[in-house]
Design a protein around this ligand. Structure first.
Ligand code: AMP
Length: 404
């Protein structure tokens, strides 16, 4: 069985999935796993397609001290216990900088270029690159593909790509990149299958998870995103504030003596739903809470989705469809109902029965804007890109690339 390994590495976990390649290049998910608790309480967990557990093991801290060690652990488990020898590895890489507008086959030159973007995404990029380097070192002939969260947004016009700051900074890479691109690309592709006419028109996709953003898509291409230079901008998120006046940052630094690293921790970990509610960053807990601050946090989240929809509709010069996706968008009928009510002025109406059962189409036929719920699948997108780059490599047959 030929397989593709998909890797999504963060600071404390390496998530992985294995896809088998079926006839005509179709991909089937076989295994979903992760090594988490890196450097604290390492644990390997994995399950099969129907959720059947395949592994759940704890390791001593010194056995899995960093991301490369976690990658090694997952790779050994796959090779030695399951006899799975992937023919390629696809990686989620958060930042492709200004250069990469599509996935790329990795070599040492690509790694060197991607290292230049570490300063643009210091919390993610180093961890994304660590497993790439260790696979390059241990399996130099195994093809690896980098798939970027920024790539889908490289179609933005210059007016959307710039901040109103001196031009030199844009040339250095201070741009409005946008993120969650693999999710949006998957949604755009799926929409072209389930509603091909709408997919050619003006669509807003709301990716509402722990990280949250929205994207304006016209004819399958991203024209605007609520996120910018980093994944801090736009909507309030689990622990990030979303759009915030830079004056607040100056105030905290000058009046409260916060350093750059204090600010980084504050903005990435202490704000958003967690900071505002003082209860939790988890939408399920906020929905269940009676605390008025939890209610305020949800009200603020819904309000900002409404405001940002107006902004994106302006970028699109109208709106033909709206799509919810990711953890909150796919699972919270309450948030969806509140967002649709907030956007009633645009002509959105909700079919409450269909919304309650998480149907694909949740709007009523008397509304002017169809509203969809489409579960996202960034890992499948990465596997598809990896296979496609593998197949289109000049003079190479996938079998030759197998890791031994
Ligand atoms: P993600 O980052 O896409 O995995 O999404 C995580 C977010 O989805 C968290 O805020 C969860 O609380 C939220 N979530 C998951 N399931 C539900 C649910 N049934 N109702 C409300 N929120 C949910």
């Amino acid at each position: 069985m030929d397989t593709i390994l998909v890797v999504n590495a963060g600071s404390s976990s390496v998530k992985f999935q294995v896809f088998s390649i079926e006839g005509e290049g179709r991909l089937r998910r076989q295994i979903k796993g992760q090594v988490d608790g890196i450097g604290s309480r390492p644990r390997l967990r994995a399950s099969g397609t129907s959720g059947d557990p395949m592994a759940d093991r704890a390791y001593p801290i010194e056995a899995v001290a960093d991301v490369p060690a976690a990658m090694g652990l997952a790779g050994n488990w796959l090779r030695e216990e399951l006899r799975i020898h992937p023919i390629a590895v696809g990686h989620r890489v958060v930042h492709g900088g200004p250069d990469y507008e599509r996935p790329v086959l990795i070599d040492h030159g690509v790694v060197a270029r991607l290292e230049r973007f570490i300063s643009l995404a210091p919390l993610h990029q180093p961890h994304n690159l660590a497993p790439i380097r260790s696979v390059l070192a241990n399996f130099p002939s195994l093809p690896q593909v980098a798939c970027f969260d920024t790539a889908f947004h490289r179609t933005h016009a210059a007016v959307a790509d710039h901040y109103a700051i001196p031009h030199q900074l844009h040339a250095e890479g201070v741009r409005r990149y946008g993120f969650h691109g693999l999710s949006y690309e998957y949604i755009a592709k799926t929409l072209s299958q389930i509603a091909p006419d709408l997919a050619k028109q003006r669509v807003i996709v709301a990716h509402l998870g722990s990280g949250a953003s929205m994207c304006a898509i016209k004819n399958g291409r991203s024209v605007e995103s609520t996120m910018g230079f980093t994944a801090l901008d736009g909507l309030p998120m689990g622990t990030r504030p979303g759009q915030i006046d830079p004056g607040v940052v100056l105030y905290l630094m000058t009046e409260k003596g916060m350093s750059a690293s204090d600010m980084q921790n504050f903005l990435y970990r202490d704000c958003g739903l967690k900071g505002l509610s003082g209860v939790s960053n988890d939408m399920r807990e906020l929905e269940a809470s009676k605390d008025p601050k939890a209610k305020l946090a949800i009200d603020h989240f819904v309000y900002r989705i409404g405001l940002n929809t107006g902004m994106l509709a302006a970028a699109l010069q109208g709106l033909d469809a709206f799509v919810f996706t990711a953890g909150i968008g796919e699972n919270s009928a309450t948030i969806r109902a509140r967002v649709v009510a907030q956007l009633g002025w645009l002509g959105m109406t909700l079919d409450q029965t269909e919304n309650a059962r998480h149907a694909r189409l949740i709007s009523r036929s008397d509304g002017s804007i169809p509203v969809y719920v489409v579960p996202t699948d960034e890992e499948l997108m990465i596997a598809q890109h990896t296979l496609s780059l593998l197949m289109n490599r000049p003079s190479s047959h996938p079998q030759q690339a197998r890791a031994s």
